[in-house]
Design a protein. Structure first.
Lengths: 389, 432
């Protein structure tokens, strides 16, 4: 018998909440495969999948764990994610991981790769430099070499040799997952009352720890159950796009707070690894070349991805327009360089189109939401009361 | 407080000849930039780490370094207002103050630190080396200026080495993206022979610079390798690498320091000659620029001399053998970019600090952690413990910022510095 909607959401929420990674431990016991952790924002999970390894997305410890040792590694003006990652490493929660990949997201995550190596020299610790030159001949060649090198290292640690046919099958599995994610985003854009973001978020985030096949099934079940729920009816809420939360994740309470304050979040950038590649990766021909091409030519606009043509912020405007949003919430972690340096450009683009916005910051362990609730509530009220629509 | 300096005759800060000379060079460069709209000279905005000055000069293009503008503004007391303006315009209080200082300066008319207006860029060369913020910085500038921008992505040395793939990636970008853009902007064809001449001059200057920095192995050290050395690296980090002026400057500097070594003189500090070297320190991180002299005095008053620093390697790490190699012009530039200090992984940085502490016979390591620079700062506490454990010598930690005067707490820094020096003294005397 299919589980009901509350049970499914509760299961997903538990997968997100439990930083001791019980589901990963269970998977390892069951399969004997390697588990490779990765930090935000993007790694090509298909490669690990094809090597029989489970890619495990790490997003810190949320608001559930008191950080003691991790704080001894970072100054007060550095974001929270690296502290909780170190804390989890030191308290043994990440022992089930056979390695961690640190993508080139920002200087903090880059340097976290070095701190990790110093602390855990016996584990695989790999920095994934992603190209900011998006031409196949240059950035593409470099990126391909990076992927081949990581695959070689995973193989040396006990993963399967990377083979074209298995990689193609992995791409198929992730394409299916991406299609469902896109469909859920489209559903939420159209009928946000049917897919509250606080729910969708945990269902998506469960994909960071589940094997892709299981996660795809979870997404399918969630969609079916949510659409069946006749109790869910539209309310007079302001439609907003939320942006800035692509790396360190906010506590779930913050997302609930925003919705309760009168916002329908109709688009967001939480857990972007699931949607980093906008469309399907080609399943024909050289699969590694296809992954590289997708990264170069079909990735989402993001503060961590170079935009050299002066059009910063235009993608956010497009998202607002496509989702028929009435405003934007800039919701970034404190001290997040990519998000906060990007913000003035994005805000200027919104101002140019007369799109209202408000901004606030959080940390993954923020525990008080009253101020944010008032701010978001006022913002939503002002949209509903004063907008031209 | 113990006074270990010999006061200069005048009230103003003491400077040695090389300091005055480099000051003139920098001022001349700013004047030349200010006159560029009339003279028709073209300029390229780029960054200190991974700067390709020889290549720009070979096209007769003038480099403009926004970090240098920011630090000069900081030293001249202008950065606070620029930062406040940028924050008023929506830039977060959490982010790099070099960026905000630059944006504030731009919005205030782009008047450079010497009081002359800087020209608009003819090209933005985003040498993306060792600092994520650089990318955002030039995205911001691109919104302000209608000029082309070239991204030169320089991979990080995560494993402490340069692979063939990394070298090829950077070299190909230089050949296929950067050089055509420079040809377009300058109206000149790429002249490899001219570039090679520049690179030969670079290697000469680098040789003399290394000799100067390594002179700190002497007792007493004739230089302060952090406060004093920021003047020494000024020409090679900013606009002069590859020029005859730089070759002459470093030759003269070497002679000046050789003379100090022969006379067993200590460094010249803002209050004059340091007469007694009590502590030899290695420093990790950039200095604070807004209270630079006050900061230096805190060290000088205690007889603390910095004998090696990592900040003086952000524009190029030369003391482990790298020299620009004119026989491999493109590849050598690629390797230079990848070898800049903040592009090195933490293990390598720890190794460098360990070597410095040991080879320069330092009493300890001091980290100046700056709020603005995650590239430097994130991970410094782990590095500090590792260096301490490898060398058995104490490490201290102070915090400030690059150019935000709000983050320079003199009393706090002085307290921490004095405690650190007391700890060294106690260690020398055995257990208390």
């Amino acid at each position: 018998m299919k589980e009901n909607l509350p049970a499914l959401v509760a299961r997903a929420a538990e997968l997100c909440r439990d930083w001791r990674l019980p589901s990963v431990r269970a998977w390892k016991q069951r399969t004997g495969g390697l588990a490779i952790g990765y930090l935000p924002v993007y790694v090509p999970r298909e490669v690990f999948h094809a090597q029989g390894a489970l890619a495990v997305g790490l997003t810190g410890a949320g608001d559930d764990l008191e950080i003691i040792k991790g704080d001894a590694f970072y100054q007060s003006y550095i974001c929270h994610l690296p502290r909780s990652t170190i804390e989890l490493g030191l308290n043994g929660s990440l022992d089930c991981l056979d390695g961690i990949v640190f993508p080139a997201t920002c200087d903090v995550i880059r340097n976290l790769s070095g701190v990790w190596r110093m602390q855990f020299p016996q584990k695989m610790s790999r920095y994934l430099d992603v190209p900011q030159n998006f031409e196949r001949e240059m950035g593409g060649a470099f990126y391909r070499h990076e992927l081949e090198d990581i695959a070689r290292e995973v193989h040396e640690r006990g993963g399967k040799q990377l083979e074209a046919e298995t990689l193609r099958a992995s791409i198929r599995a992730y394409n299916e997952n991406r299609r469902l994610v896109r469909a859920l985003f489209a559903l939420r854009r159209n009928e946000p009352w049917k897919l509250p973001t606080a729910e969708l978020y945990v269902v998506l985030r469960a994909g960071l720890v589940l094997p892709v096949e299981e996660h795809t099934q979870l997404l399918r079940d969630y969609r079916d159950l949510a659409l069946l729920d006749a109790e869910r009816r539209p309310m007079d809420q302001a439609r907003v796009v939320l942006t800035g939360s692509f790396c360190e994740q906010p506590p779930l309470g913050l997302i609930k707070t925003l919705e309760r304050a009168g916002c329908y979040i109709v688009d967001d950038d939480f857990v972007p690894v699931l949607r980093w590649l906008k469309g399907d990766v080609s399943e024909q021909g050289d699969p590694l070349a296809n992954l590289v091409a997708a990264f170069l030519e079909d990735a989402i606009d993001s503060p961590v991805r170079y935009c050299g043509d002066g059009t910063k912020g235009q993608d956010l405007v497009r998202r607002v327009e496509e989702s028929k949003a009435e405003g934007v919430l800039f919701c970034a972690p404190s001290f997040c360089d990519p998000a906060l340096l990007d913000q003035p450009m994005a805000q200027a683009a919104l101002d140019g189109r007369g799109i209202p916005w408000t901004s606030f910051k959080y940390a993954e362990n923020t525990g008080q939401f009253q101020v944010i609730r008032e701010q978001a509530g006022t913002f939503a009220d002002s949209i509903k009361l004063w907008s031209e629509a | 407080m113990s006074v270990t300096t010999r006061k200069p005759p005048a009230e103003k800060s003491a400077k040695d000849d090389s300091q005055l000379r480099q000051k003139e060079m920098i001022a001349r460069h700013y004047s030349r930039l200010a006159r560029a709209p009339e003279t028709g000279e073209k300029n390229v905005y780029t960054f200190v780490p991974g700067n390709l000055t020889e290549l720009l000069r070979s096209f007769d293009l003038l480099p403009v370094l926004p970090e240098i503008n920011a630090l000069q503004s900081g030293m001249r007391g202008k950065s606070g207002d620029y930062i406040a303006l940028a924050e008023k315009l929506g830039h977060s209080e959490d982010v790099c103050t070099y960026v905000k200082c630059d944006i504030g300066m731009l919005k205030s008319g782009n008047v450079g630190p010497t009081g002359e207006r800087l020209p608009k860029p003819d090209l933005l060369l985003l040498s993306y080396t060792g600092c994520f913020t650089f990318m955002k910085w030039f995205e911001l500038l691109k919104q302000e200026y209608d000029c082309p921008v070239v991204m030169l992505h320089v991979p990080y040395q995560a494993d402490g080495r340069i692979t063939e793939s990394m070298r090829t990636y950077v070299s190909t970008q230089i050949r296929k993206k950067l050089i055509p853009a420079l040809e377009q902007v300058s109206g000149r064809k790429y002249d490899e022979d001219r570039l090679k001449e520049c690179l030969q001059r670079s290697a000469q200057a680098e040789e003399d610079l290394v000799w100067v920095l390594q002179s700190a192995k002497n007792r007493p050290s004739p230089i302060d390798a952090w406060f004093g050395a920021v003047y020494y690296v000024g020409p090679i980090f900013s606009a002069f690498r590859g020029t005859e002026e730089a070759v002459e400057y470093y030759r003269a500097l070497r002679a000046e320091i050789a003379e100090r070594v022969a006379q067993k003189l200590g460094p010249v500090t803002p209050d004059g000659l340091l007469t007694e070297e009590k502590y030899r320190l290695v420093v990790e991180g950039p200095p604070n620029w807004t209270s630079f002299r006050e900061f230096w005095r805190m060290f000088a008053e205690e007889g603390a001399v910095v004998v090696a620093s990592t900040y003086t390697k952000v524009g190029g790490t030369y003391d482990f053998g790298f020299r620009h190699d004119a026989d491999r012009p493109i590849e050598t530039m690629a390797e230079y970019c990848m070898g800049c200090y903040t592009n090195l992984d933490l293990q390598t940085r720890v190794g460098i600090l360990e070597r410095y502490v040991k080879e320069y016979a330092a009493d300890g390591l001091l980290v100046n952690s700056v709020k603005s620079c995650n590239s430097f700062s994130a991970g410094q506490l782990a590095m500090l413990r590792e260096v301490e454990s490898r060398t058995g010598r104490p490490a201290g930690f102070i915090e400030s910022d690059l150019v935000d005067p709000r983050y320079f707490s003199a009393a706090n820094i002085k307290n921490r510095l004095e405690s650190f020096l007391q700890m060294i003294a106690q260690k020398r005397g055995g257990p208390a």
